[in-house]
Design a protein around this ligand. Structure first.
Ligand code: FE2
Ligand code: FE2
Length: 315
């Protein structure tokens, strides 16, 4: 079936309002597919057909689902508005000749979502909410912006809106949506954590470079994130005099300041025998060399993973 034939058939199945909505979803979904690298052609078809079952009366939809063996559950049997998505996938295959599972899944999951959604599924789920014909509601403008910038964040935001909307209207929330929301939230949290870790390492590497360049002795970089919540990295080094302790600390501070990073805390102990610069996830200890052993920090953090700094200083 050509796209034109599909449109013609769809026009017969849907009211003008629903048909315009579908074209609005196509417009938005195609733009998003181009941005996020989904197959544009397939996304367009999924968007066009996503609501093909929507106009069928709810009770008939329920009967059809039973007849075609579409899996039902307690919530779906009560919230009949949910059925058109899976029924739509069935009809897209039977009546529109779509066999591509990516397209069918995008249609199937466009109202409930699911864990591990494909890019196309995410796009259709969101385009359905933000297409240009949608009436204004709280959060729509923000979601629209996010939809063209950050797909996963948009999805999380979209789920949030759906969940509060469902609750407000007294509908029952389906577990599949709750799980989908949890999944994407956790995915984003993990990614953020990795980013934080990478940032911390970059900071630590910068400090190591400065200290090495300014002739700090015996520079040690320890990864302590598994041992303490104090920081991700400790740097310990020695200086030949208390004057050098101070000079090293000043140098690190200056270089970090150039990057717009300032210490949360700065401490000098024993008349510059030990200076500590606390950059949150990276803490730098600069010792007058006679004092390093006395304070015993190296021993204290013996279990920490020691990172070879040669690769950093050689850069
Ligand atoms: Fe729908
Ligand atoms: Fe829709």
């Amino acid at each position: 079936m050509t796209k034109e034939q599909m449109k013609e058939k769809l026009g017969e199945l849907l009211t003008d309002h629903r048909y315009s909505h579908s074209l609005g979803v196509v417009e938005t979904a195609v733009k998003m597919a181009e941005i996020f690298g989904a197959n544009v052609e397939k996304t367009e078809i999924a968007a066009l057909l996503h609501d093909c079952a929507k106009q069928i009366p709810h009770t008939t939809q329920l009967e059809m689902c039973k007849e075609y063996g579409i899996p039902l559950d307690e919530v779906k049997e009560k919230e009949l508005g949910l059925l058109h998505a899976e029924l739509g996938a069935y009809m897209a295959e039977r009546d529109f000749g779509i066999t591509d599972t990516e397209i069918l899944d995008a249609i199937r999951y466009h109202t409930l979502g699911r864990e591990r959604m494909t890019t196309m599924e995410k796009i259709l789920y969101l385009a359905d909410i933000v297409e240009p014909n949608r009436k204004e509601f709280e959060g729509l403008a923000e979601l629209r912006q996010l939809c063209f910038k950050d797909l996963d964040r948009a999805l999380l935001y979209g789920f949030g809106l759906t969940i509060s909307h469902t609750n407000r209207r007294g509908h029952i929330l389906h577990n599949q949506t709750i799980d989908a929301e949890k999944y994407i939230r956790e995915k984003l949290r993990k990614e953020e954590n990795i980013l934080d870790q990478e940032n911390a390492f970059e900071k630590a590497a910068l400090a190591v470079k400065v200290l090495d360049k300014k002739k700090a002795a015996d520079v040690k970089l320890l990864k302590v994130s598994d041992l303490t919540i104090l920081a991700d990295y400790f740097i310990i080094c020695s200086a030949g005099s208390s004057t050098q302790v101070k000079a090293l600390a000043d140098n690190v501070e200056d270089e970090f300041a150039k990057e717009g990073i300032h210490p949360i805390a700065k401490e000098g102990k024993g008349g510059n025998e030990w200076m500590l610069l606390d950059y949150g996830d990276v803490i730098i200890h600069i010792f007058y060399k006679e004092m390093r052993e006395f304070y015993g920090l190296d021993k204290l953090w013996n279990d920490a993973q020691s990172i070879d700094i040669n690769a950093i200083t050689a850069e």
